[in-house]
Design a protein around this ligand. Sequence first.
Ligand code: H79
Length: 436
Amino acid sequence: MKKISPLLLFVILQYASVYSQTGGAPALLTTSKKAMDAFMDLRFGMFIHFGPVTLRGTEIGWSRNTQVTQNDYDSLYREFDPALFNADTWARTAKDAGMKYMTITAKHHDGFCLWPTAVTDYNISNGPFRRDIVGELATACRKQGIKFCIYFTVLDWHDPYYYTRNSNDSSKKPNADMDVFVGRMKSELKELITRYHPTMLWFDGNWEKAWTIGYGRELYQYIKKLDPDVIINNRLGKGGDALGAEAAGDYLTPEQTIGGLNMKQPWESCITICNQWAWLPNDKMKSLQQCIQTLVRSAAGNGNLLFNVGPMMDGRMEARQIARLREMGDWLKKYGQSIYSTKGGPYPPNNSFATTRKGNKIYLHIFEKKAILTLPPIPGIHILKAAWMNGGDVSFTQDEQAGYKITLPADLPDPNSAVIVLELNKNAEELPVVSN
Ligand code: H79
């Protein structure tokens, strides 16, 4: 008998193993651990909520039929002309903030498409601006080494085939047909994936009654067949804030709250720099300390932060927000090693400190002034050296029962989050989470 080449044998065995695991059904496509790990290493991304609604300064989607009448809202695109929009400037702003990816609202619940889709006329090419905002951003991000991602909601109050017409009316539209609607979604997603090659798709709106786990699974597989590497958040399936049986998606998405320490399931918190997702004049902006500590607490919980900016109707981001983001970038230039590509833990973040870890180092982020900071002991772990990141040594004592006592100065070297590097006798990444 002719010998089978090792490569051929490998391929046959791989196929047989997948085939037997799925009982003869075609294998379900999932996101690789490699792609997911690479995404989680990025830690910090920019969320952008943008669209014709900026002409009113009210919330995207939600103000349709509330603060803004439906007719007015749906007509705004005819005068939406963000003439000062510059994709390179947005990408540069993200880069200067130390952000590694960007997620743009290609379509929010109001149904308006920021790219020239063939599926609906309700898109950017039928307003005065005409330019492809999604496409220009994809190009600008690629040029500057920012991973490009797309927000797309499964809820579409504008589409005649979608089930409901707005946020305060849950009755069925006369022509509603979810199967037809999902077909239209697929065509839109196919355009977005094949034209712009997003690293990640950020779905939303999955709590809607008309959206089923069946549609979620179908779309997940549809997307994976178009591009197996694209990462998908957990809002394509049902199942709330878990990645359980009702879920379709790769990671969790706490909204306007920082996720807790979770070493098992990847997560990304989406949080606004002000209060509103879309631009609101004079919205209250977070302090630099709040911004930095939001990022640090996310990384310390083993999660990413998708930090939202709502640009103005003329296409520019607010100068004060750009300045705030740059301040975050300046902090990251000094302390980025304690954030990017690290793991969260082993200590759960609290009001006085949070930790990240990499190799044999624990990065201890200090939030609170106190004379002595005590860390609970970890069996078998000794601190070999403690020093300020970019600075001098820190004195400490250690005891198997009493733990590690770190002496802090009256003035911390950084008021927003000062970082002490603890060098351990073992690999910090392998330590179990320390329970409180
Ligand atoms: O796109 C952003 C939100 O519009 C969207 N998800 C993020 C990323 C979102 N859709 N629904 N929800 C969040 C949950 C519903 C929140 C609401 Fe409200 C509370 C809707 C009405 C009251 C927030 C506050 C939106 C309007 C006012």
